[in-house]
Design a protein. Sequence first.
Lengths: 266, 304
Amino acid sequence: MSVLDRLAPELITGAPLLVMQGIAKRYGPVVALEDVAATVWPGEVLGIVGESGSGKSTLLRMMNLEDTPDTGTYTLALPEVAGNLFDLDRFARRQLCARRIGIVYQNPHQGLLMGHSSSGNVAERLLVAGERRFATLRARAREALDVSEFPLNRMDDPPRLLSGGMQQRVQLAKAIALEPALLLLDEPTTGLDVSVQALVLDTLKRLQRDRAITMVIVSHDLGVIRTMADRVMVMRRGRVVEEGLVDQVFQDPQHPYTQELVHAKL
Amino acid sequence: MSLSNLTRPWAAFSYGFLDPSAKREIRRKMIKAIAVPGCQIPYASREVPIARGWGTGGLQVTLTLIKPASVVKVIDQGADDSVNAASIRRFLSRVSGAGETWDTLAATIVQSRHRIPEERLRDDQVLVLQVPNPEPLRPVQPNMSIARQMHADADYGRLWLVLYEQMVRSGRIMQGAAYPALVNGRHVMTPSPIPRWDVPKLNMARHLTFLSAGREKRLYAVPPFTRVEPLVFSDVPYKVEDHTRLTCHRSGLTGVFMNEIPQAAGGSVFEASDSHLGIKAIRRAEGDAAEIGPLWYQNGEFRG
Ligand SMILES: Nc1ncnc2c1ncn2[C@@H]1O[C@H](COP(=O)(O)OP(=O)(O)O)[C@@H](O)[C@H]1O
Ligand SMILES: [Mg+2]
């Protein structure tokens, strides 16, 4: 039995959606990632925890095909692509990313055009994927915002005028508008008030339950991971130090670093 | 100082004001522009004896195309007799020996600002449009090097976003002149400040069009029989200016693009923007044999 089989939740027996292997990335002397592997099965939520600078965002950017590693491979089990996605040309990468992957960044400035309308931010996603009917754009933007529990009476206001929680909901609506195969969340609730944070997490939880979206969520907050994730990967200095089911890792951490993390939290 | 001090008269083997290396540069870039329709090609812009912003881009392309056997028509907002049009036309003729004309049918090269003539251009004619701002992405991306990457990626989502927001705000598309259009299914271009009325004239046209910006040092082309599709939503049809029911108060022409002329007594009258077409219509009404070619529009409907 391989490591992957042991780590898979019992009920999941099919092929994984996402497989990354041997990912390494340096920025000059800084080692951002070193021999990282990750596997995500369809419908599950993978959590990634680790201190600041441990390489979480870098890894997520690669999953979103925004950045390429120095070495390593990445496959997604989708009918339209085969082989290592890092070998795709820039154009094919952008198309795949726009149509199949959604992302919510910690900083809404990274994911949104702050001066354009919120509904327009969502519609742009659909436009990039080739939707050309105005009525459909309008209806689908509204629906995605509604599902993200965004107040529809403000759908044409620019994110610039919205609260942090609402901005994250616009990002979420944009990310799910095309019903992506993979939803990436990079610290989606960090920086929000605790009460707002709980509401946004509720929305994410509900979305996951209703639509069985495959998610990868990054957080340095164990509470967020515990609420959201099925499985967790613990990262430190660009390496994965421990991986397993959330309950198992948090109750019985094996690596000294994870033990420290869990006990500090408790 | 006058033009005659600045320029030599043309000679049989040396004409067109620009020296051979300047022409070669522009000619190479023109060929490139034809090879990649709608793609902006940077070129080394030379000094010509008119001020930047007055058609130096168009002038350099025309000077490269022109020969003693050419016949040039130059229009500014549809008119052949404006000071700018007349002085460019006279300059072109002086430095090349080319003939001058106001008649679209007689021209081999038409250099224009803001309009395309109403008479259909033929495959032996070249249209040169002067472009003040060649970058359709400028309103959505002020950084020009990022804009170039967006063209390379065919990343035009933001242009569509602007149209989406106009629809949301006002229920219709507000973009008037310089309406962005997709060329050959690949590059979005700004068709210079021509009205929406004129954009369909570029689609699958028989003639070759060059668009050139002197200040920005970029030119692009629409070769004959190339698709030029304005960006429109499939459920919101592209509308040209509604001039169907207007009549030119001087020539009696209808179904052409009009200029509105406000009257001192209030109200306004309309006048055919293609002024020489108006002149020909008046001559015909007076019994002269002025020939009017086939028009792009008939009864306000585009025929192509
Ligand atoms: N574009 C970049 N240029 C230089 N260094 C970078 C870049 N992106 C990330 N790094 C470095 O890589 C390491 C990992 O960063 P990051 O993935 O953002 O960590 P995390 O999200 O876990 O806080 C850090 O040391 C960071 O400074
Ligand atoms: Mg980070």
